[in-house]
Design a protein around this ligand. Structure first.
Ligand SMILES: NC(=O)c1ccc[n+]([C@@H]2O[C@H](COP(=O)([O-])OP(=O)(O)OC[C@H]3O[C@@H](n4cnc5c(N)ncnc54)[C@H](O)[C@@H]3O)[C@@H](O)[C@H]2O)c1
Ligand SMILES: [Zn+2]
Ligand SMILES: [Zn+2]
Length: 372
């Protein structure tokens, strides 16, 4: 039995572009709870969009000031409360990042993200303490087993980014038939490219605004020592993107589009560069659709389908980790920078600058993982 301290230092986000460190008690475990030793905790674009600069989020995205940040936690169970049904000390786990009531219709589908209980829906890193600390209390029902072939840094990204992308891709379906357009090549867009490629997409085209991210996207490969690049083409975001994408796809456009930027122009590009009968999934959050969007011209007469997608369900997350192993792909390959918890201010500032791929705060054996 490892010695568990009574208190720990955790990082919270005051909402003014800084990170604050506070001392938190490690509470006794209640029925159905586990204590995790956090090993990797990655930063999501939503942390920056809704919390880091300003506490913008409302409702499910409302951050409770002082809460330990981090909604992509992955670690090892080091203690358990009473009433465990499946997980035990020593297990390596990912935390599905929203704890739901378990009883509403959405929770019963496994979509705790959409839980309708105002009292019991609490997301880790938003309304209850998350992964930017050495320890975290989680509920057993929120855990997903991390396969041995995946590292903790792989698992952290499944908790939000990869899980989200996998769900969106399931909704539109991707196979070897498809040329896929991905707009916004932050960590979510890069994850989309990795999964689409693994699922056989025969052409992957990316559109991104920032030069650093274009450079990173061009270098990425599907797996170590592979010759398969994640992207066939990476375009700088501009007004000619739709024409350029059509030119790359026999004048027709892509069968599928995955929008990961939330920028109004990129949303319109995703819709217009999808071909007739094409399917588009909107994942990037916040903001508006371009005022240029003309439904009859842009989707109705071309029989296109637009779908929205919010995080994923527990069962899909379990399927995803199994498939990551089968495909032999590692989300951690998208991590360009690893930091210790004390360096969390640098980690958030870097993610906010966009001059990076995925940014991770790592502990213990994950500290020295391979860099980009
Ligand atoms: N739907 C969901 O469940 C879900 C889950 C997680 C994250 N998200 C959202 O997904 C988005 C992406 O997350 P991320 O972590 O990659 O964040 P990010 O902010 O790092 O990535 C967004 C990228 O879009 C790029 N971009 C901006 N304008 C563009 C344009 N006109 N054309 C092309 N690219 C453009 C940015 O430069 C950036 O690289 C965020 O909005 C995040 O909140 C949604
Ligand atoms: Zn997220
Ligand atoms: Zn619920």
């Amino acid at each position: 039995m490892k010695t568990i301290p009574k208190t720990m230092t955790g990082a919270c986000l005051p909402g003014n572009g800084t990170v604050a460190f506070k001392t938190y008690k490690i509470p006794p475990l209640k029925h159905g709870e586990v204590l995790l030793k956090i090993k990797a905790s990655t930063i999501c674009g939503s942390d920056i969009r809704c919390i880091y600069h300003e506490h913008l989020g409302k409702g499910p995205e409302g951050y409770q000031p002082g809460t330990i940040a981090g909604h992509e936690p992955c670690g090892q169970v080091i203690a358990t409360g009473k009433g465990m049904r499946r997980f035990k000390e020593g297990d390596r786990v990912i935390v599905y990042h929203i704890s739901g009531c378990g009883l509403c219709n959405d929770c019963r589908r496994g979509y705790m993200i959409s839980c309708t209980s105002e009292t019991f829906r609490r997301a880790y890193g938003w309304q209850r303490n998350g992964g930017m600390a050495p320890y975290m209390v989680a509920e057993e029902k929120d855990l997903v087993a991390l396969p041995d072939a995946l590292t903790y840094a792989d698992g952290a990204q499944v908790a939000c980014g990869f899980g989200t992308v996998y769900e969106g891709i399931q909704k539109i379906g991707v196979s070897g038939n498809d040329a896929v357009l991905i707009t916004g090549l932050g960590p979510v867009g890069l994850a989309a490219a990795m999964i689409c490629r693994a699922m056989g997409a025969s052409c992957v085209i990316g559109v991104e605004a920032l030069p650093e991210r274009i450079r990173i996207a061009k270098r990425l490969i599907l797996r170590k020592r592979s010759r398969v690049k994640l992207f066939d083409h990476v375009l700088k975001a501009n007004a000619d993107n739709v024409d350029a994408i059509k030119a790359l796809t026999d004048g027709q456009g892509c069968e599928k589009a995955v929008e990961c930027s939330a920028h109004p122009d990129a949303r319109l590009t995703a819709v217009q560069a999808a071909r007739k009968w094409g399917k588009i999934v909107l994942i990037g959050e916040g903001g508006l659709m371009s005022p240029e969007f003309a439904p009859s011209r842009d989707i109705i007469h071309d029989q296109k389908m637009i779908v929205g997608s919010w995080v994923t369900n527990l069962c899909q997350m379990e399927d995803l980790v199994e498939r990551l192993v089968r495909w032999d792909i590692h989300p951690a390959d998208l991590i360009t920078h690893r930091f210790a918890l004390e360096q969390a201010p640098e980690a958030y500032a870097l993610m906010s600058s966009g001059k990076c791929g995925k940014v991770a705060v790592c502990f213990d054996e994950e500290r020295n993982g391979q860099m980009f």
